[in-house]
Structure formats: C-alpha cells, structure tokens
Ligand binder design. Structure first.
Ligand code: FAQ
Length: 314
C-alpha cells in the first residue's frame, strides 16, 4: 500500500472543495512540476512579449502613443516579475528558470515569434494578443494554486487596459486614410491565426490538459477558451468594419457560437520547436539583456548584504 495515498486523497479533496493550495501545503511532486512548467512559461511569455512592442517605443507616432506604449511594456515586465516570484514559491530559483528559457528547455508563447512590422501591429497585439491572454487569464484567476491565482487577479486588471489601448489604435487606423485602413487590415491578417494558436492544441491533442483540469490548474479547456475569444472578437472586428481572414467564419445558430476554420497546426508546432520567424532573435536578445543587466543584480545583492550587516550590527 502506498503511504502517499491518504495524502493524495486529501489533496484531491481540497481541490474538489475549491480550497486553494498554498506554498507550504503538501502537494504531489507532479502537481509542483506541472505548475513550475506552466507558470514559468507564462512568466517567460510576459518578458519575451515585451520585445515585439518594445521595438516600437522609439517610433510611436506621437508623444501620447509613446507614453502609453512605454507604460504598457513596463506592465508586462511587472507581470513577469509577479509570475517569477509566484513560481519561486514552488522551490525553483529565477536563475534556474532563466537558464531553462535560454537553453530552449522551457517554452514561451508562440505568438511572440512573429515580427511586428508596422505601427498597426502594436494595435493588433494589444487588441488580439492581450485580448486572447485575458480570456485565458480570467479563467486562471480561479486556478488551484494560491500565489498563481492571486497574481492573475492583478494581471487581469492591467491586461484589460492593454487590450483597450490596442483596440483604440485599431479604431483610429480604421477611421483613418485608405493607407491606414490597409495597414490595420494587414496587421489583422497576420496576427489573427497566431492569436488563435495561443490557446494551445485542440483538447484531443493537449497532453497536459487532463491532469491539469483534474487538479484545477486549468479551469477551462484550450478549445473552450479559444471559442470564447472568437465569439467576442468577431463583433469587435465588425465595429472596425475590417475583416478577420477566415472564409469559414460564420455564426452557427444551433451551437450559438461562431464556427471558424482550421488552424495550421504544422506552423504552430514549427514555431514552438524553435523554427518561427523570430525565435532565435528573441532568445539572443534575452541573453544579451541578461548579461548587460548583471551589474544591476550584483549591485542589488551587495546592497542587500550591506543592509543585513547593518541590521545585525544595530
Ligand atoms: N505557445 O498540453 P498543452 C501574454 C505547448 S501571456 C507555446 O495544451 P498546457 C501577455 C505547451 O506548453 C501569454 N507553447 O499545454 C502579453 C505544451 O508543451 P510542454 C501566455 C504552447 O500547458 C500580451 C504543449 O504545447 N499565457 O500574452 C502554446 O496544458 C501582449 C502541449 O500543450 C500563458 O502562458 C503556445 N501558445 O496548455 C505580453 C497562460 N500552447 O510545456 C506581452 C498560462 C501550448 O508540455 C504582449 N498557460 N504550448 O513542453 C496556459 O494556460 C497553458 O499553459 C496553455 C497551454 C493554454 C498555454
């Protein structure tokens, strides 16, 4: 008889009773490792996600747009920090997580391997990418691990501002000159399908879902969340009088949802294997920034040491 069976039963009971699991509570090793996987990948996505938009800070079309974008990109850094801190409560260090990201062992969201070619891409990222991220993250506010759920509540508040700033850019472009409308349409054409891929493979191909749903790490499936995103976004696009690039997109009266075309899963798997447009550049940039920031980490460690010494001496 396995000694852990009563512990496992208690653990599952807590989850079934909607109680949160906290860092010092007993948890199965697989629960801990699965959370480290998902949460660290989530944190990496926030940090790597700064790159496509960060490139546009110096080229934003007005001072107002520059200030807003700067603030949005800073928020993403903050989200990365909350999520890395929450993940550290599971017994892994930030340095280990960074090493896994830089070696390719740990993934980040596929979407950030696409280039941001025009200013309209900044609008499309805010509207579609943050929009997709919110749908997923609202659901994660009820995830079973306490520190992750609490981080999500704060992150969602900020993400909804991000989504609106993106949509605001799209509205302005859609109301603008023919060239501006064309630029907005081109951005939608390039970002729509990768946004749908953000929700991960179909439920039938999702290797982690079954266990993650049982432990309520995930509360809704990849396909359910993707459908929710499609349903809400179609109407937003209609207001812009622009088009989503999917000839199969239509309202299904019986299902009370939009039907949509099949995602190019070969492209998705190529991107998550490291063969997307920007995978190599994204990691190269991260390695460079990490090296250049070494002096800041050293200075902070030295300062913390001095403060501790002073406290001991007092
Ligand atoms: N990209 O078995 P599943 C943001 C991998 S935050 C790359 O279904 P799971 C903010 C998956 O890891 C966006 N890899 O996996 C922002 C697994 O491989 P593994 C990030 C993906 O975990 C906005 C394999 O495929 N949000 O955007 C992707 O049950 C704008 C099989 O998949 C989160 O991370 C993908 N899209 O479900 C920042 C939310 N999809 O790990 C700047 C938290 C799947 O076994 C600008 N994460 N894979 O080697 C989740 O909810 C889940 O992890 C899913 C995937 C739904 C992403």
């Amino acid at each position: 008889m396995n000694d852990l069976v009563p512990e496992l039963d208690n653990f599952q009971q807590k989850i079934d009773d909607e109680q949160r699991i906290e860092p010092k509570d007993w948890m199965p090793e697989k629960y801990r490792l699965n959370l480290i996987r998902q949460m660290s990948q989530h944190a990496h996505s926030e940090v790597i996600g700064m790159q496509p938009e960060g490139n546009w800070i110096s080229s934003a079309p007005s001072l107002y747009r520059k200030i807003v974008l700067l603030s949005k990109v800073q928020d993403e850094a903050g989200h990365g920090l909350y999520l890395y801190s929450a993940t550290e409560t599971l017994g892994i260090t930030r340095a280990e997580m960074n090493a896994r990201l830089q070696s390719g062992e740990s993934k980040y969201a596929s979407i950030f391997n696409y280039p941001s070619l025009t200013w309209a891409d900044v609008g499309a990222i805010g509207w579609l990418v943050d929009g997709a991220a919110i749908v997923n993250q609202v659901s994660l506010q009820r995830t079973s691990y306490g520190p992750y759920a609490r981080a999500m509540i704060r992150i969602c508040k900020e993400e909804s501002f991000h989504q609106r700033q993106g949509y605001d850019i799209m509205v302005k472009l859609a109301e603008g000159s023919p060239a501006q409308r064309e630029m907005a349409q081109d951005a939608i054409n390039r970002w729509w399908w990768p946004s749908l891929m953000m929700f991960g493979p179909h439920d039938s191909d999702s290797v982690n879902s079954q266990q993650s749903m049982k432990w309520k790490i995930k509360r809704q499936s990849n396909d359910e969340l993707r459908q929710k995103f499609v349903d809400q976004t179609v109407q937003q696009c209609e207001i812009l009088k622009l088009e989503l690039p999917d000839p199969d997109l239509r309202w299904n009266e019986e299902r009370q949802h939009y039907d949509f075309g099949e995602i190019d899963w070969d492209e998705f798997y190529q991107v998550i294997k490291g063969n997307g447009h920007c995978n190599r550049d994204r990691i190269k940039h991260h390695v460079k920034a990490h090296k250049e920031g070494a002096w800041v980490r050293e200075a902070m460690t030295a300062y913390a040491g001095k403060k501790a010494q002073r406290k001991d001496a007092a």
